[in-house]
Design a protein around this ligand. Structure first.
Ligand code: KIV
Length: 272
């Protein structure tokens, strides 16, 4: 007897088919409850390795271990029923060889039940993208400013602001597309370059600090909620969740100190 899922989950080919179509709405997500809320409105949830900075307070994404991505990936696939869930491969888990990437990505897919993985890097990762895609692992590529290479850039730096940098970045986009990636994140890229790449490659571009012309957009959920203490220039805060949390905690602290909590309706009576 077969068991049919009640809700159809979006797949990597569904996202791929959105090239030049309805814009793809994507957000990062690291835990089950917010994934369930976002799932009503977005097409794709990325369990980004940015969780190392957002949830764990690291300065960069480099210290994040594979096991942490798997734990958070599981939480998000449990919370979201409709969106495609993509799990980021953390620094050191895929760069060595296509075989290393396959071993770790297969583990991520088995243990989280996500629908795809993401890796950073352009032309240098083409062989790995093809290796994984040919073996059943859909790959989202990530080019432009790739945070795992922060020590090479010397900081989180916008890419492609000088026109003589364009050719290499355009080549990265073309090569990951031809290698079989189902979509590509363009991060912190000069706007006209991101728009040009979107026009010229066959797979959807998902912009973050790139261009409104991209086939979709992604933001770190905590940044757009107004929960992150510092955000990059390209982030628009769509909410004030940090202020709401602080307000609620202050009310609670005031009520405890003035013995207003718990109130009678929050306590248990004796059963006679
Ligand atoms: O780790 C992450 O959250 C990401 C997005 C910013 C694209 O890679």
């Amino acid at each position: 007897m077969s068991v049919h899922a009640v809700t159809k989950r979006l797949t990597a080919p569904d996202i791929r088919a959105r090239k030049n179509g309805e814009p793809i709405v994507a957000l990062t997500s690291y835990h089950a409850h917010t994934a369930a809320i976002a799932d009503k409105y977005v097409d794709l949830l990325l369990v980004g390795d940015s969780l190392g900075m957002v949830m764990y307070g690291f300065e960069t994404t480099l210290p994040v271990p594979l096991e942490l991505m798997i734990m958070h990936g599981r939480a998000v696939t449990r919370g979201a029923k409709r969106s495609l869930v993509v799990v980021d491969m953390p620094f050191g888990s895929y760069e060595e060889s296509p075989a290393q990437a396959f071993r770790n990505a297969a583990r991520v897919m088995k243990e989280t039940e996500c629908g795809a993985i993401k890796i950073e890097g352009g032309a240098r990762m083409a062989e790995t993208i093809k290796f994984l895609s040919d073996r059943g692992i859909p790959v989202m590529a990530h080019i432009g400013m790739t945070p795992q290479s922060i020590n090479v850039y010397g900081g989180f730096k916008t890419q492609g602001r000088l026109r003589d940098q364009w050719a290499l970045i355009e080549e990265d986009a073309r090569v990951v597309s031809e290698a079989g990636a189902f979509s590509v994140v363009l991060e912190a890229l000069a706007e006209p370059l991101a728009a040009k790449i979107t026009k010229t490659i066959d797979i959807p571009t998902i912009g973050i600090g790139a261009s409104a012309a991209c086939d979709g957009q992604i933001l770190v959920m905590e940044d757009m909620l107004g929960l992150s203490p510092r955000v990059p220039k390209f982030v628009r805060e769509f909410g004030k969740v940090g202020a709401a949390i602080e307000g609620a905690i202050k009310l609670y602290a005031d009520d405890v100190r003035s013995r207003q909590f718990p109130m009678p309706e929050n306590t248990y009576d004796v059963k006679d």
